[in-house]
Design a protein around this ligand. Sequence first.
Ligand SMILES: Cc1ncc(COP(=O)(O)O)c(C=O)c1O
Length: 444
Amino acid sequence: MHISPRLHVDKETPSTLSLSVVSHVFQMNKKRDLFEDIELYDEVTEIIPFSMGAPGPVALSECNAIMMEATAKALEDRSEDRYIFQYGPRQGDPKFRENLANFLCKEYEDSKISSDDLFVTAGATQGLHLVTTVMFDKDIPIFVEDPSYFIAIKILTKDLGMKVIPVSTDGGGIITEEFERLLLKERQENGVAENKKSPFTAMLYTMPTIHNPLGCSLSPERCKHLIRLARTYDILLFTEDVYNILYYHGKPPKRLLSYDERDDPQYKGNVLSNCTFSKILAPGMRLGWIEAGERIIKIVTESNVTWSGGCFNHYTSRLVSTALQMGLLSQHLKTLRKLYGDKMKFACDSLKKNLPETVKINPPDGGFFIWITFPETFDCAALAKLCASKYGLNFILGTSSSPTGSFKNCIRLSISYCEMNELKVGLDKLHAAINEQMKSTSAS
Ligand SMILES: Cc1ncc(COP(=O)(O)O)c(C=O)c1O
């Protein structure tokens, strides 16, 4: 997650768009940002949160009606009490998995999704934590794209102490030849590590669709290459499919999971798709799911941590199940795609129009983030300081998103939390800050 204390006052946060509301929100935002590497924002009292990858008040404003309706319906049948309030089945409630499978078939335009392949989690973060802890011994290599989701890097390295190996990317996502090279190098130097917890000898934490922070999706050639490597070397492709359904143009992007064709004679099930309702409904629900083939679902379902707690978020899943069955989420998704799509277009147009030619943006395929690349010598840390101290806005530094501390000349902007008016104000300020920083760099 990426939420500053500002979100803790959500209940009071109004959902209209007027400028007075924006300034009211600023007033409430008097505490510091939680990100450890941008504690330089401490002194700031008013921050436009371009750092935040959470839904804003408008995106959340429909959730109350959705959940009121779904909850009333889900709780109306009292004979269900003994199931809905009980520990849930380990893999997740069958009705929920069925409604979810139907929803996903429609939204991914993929008829092959089966409820047997779905496992209920308490969100993508918990999905990552569960898989890495119950499927991998600590010394098993975990390959991570450089750059990647900045908190996942910290989870894997700091919380879990895993052996993380960074893999380079380009504008199209992970460079799969580089992944192959590093994989072979690792095997040559250290042999094939013995993993007592699952048949996988390594894991790749990857975002093949609408990457965070790059915004890009992997080409079919690269997807096929990853599948070949995964099958040959018994690698788990852990795909963080958090933004897949939030595409703003055309058809849904094809997922890496669907390249691991079950009809292939070499099929074993090497891809796990880790998903969440945080971006398409509400992060407060703490509900997500894993989609994978039988051998992976079996391991997570039979783990002791799942045995002890049962389904990781059973009650909420039953409510969301009803919302799915009533068609409330498909309707909501249409609203979200328009809301975020409009903001994304506005932000990309504004950046393209106002940024100097030497500054590049990668217009994303969907999701929340715009990755901005400045000339090599540009100091983004100094820009962050200037933005915080003089212009009242923040963003994520490229270095935070990098397991190697690279990308000093890059930043990640999020369009998700700010409403349109705040976005406009913030982008004007950002352009002014960039100009000021560029002038001072060229003068020095
Ligand atoms: C790539 C990625 N993974 C995981 C998360 C967190 O998801 P959840 O709220 O489901 O734990 C985020 C949120 O920004 C994300 O961008």
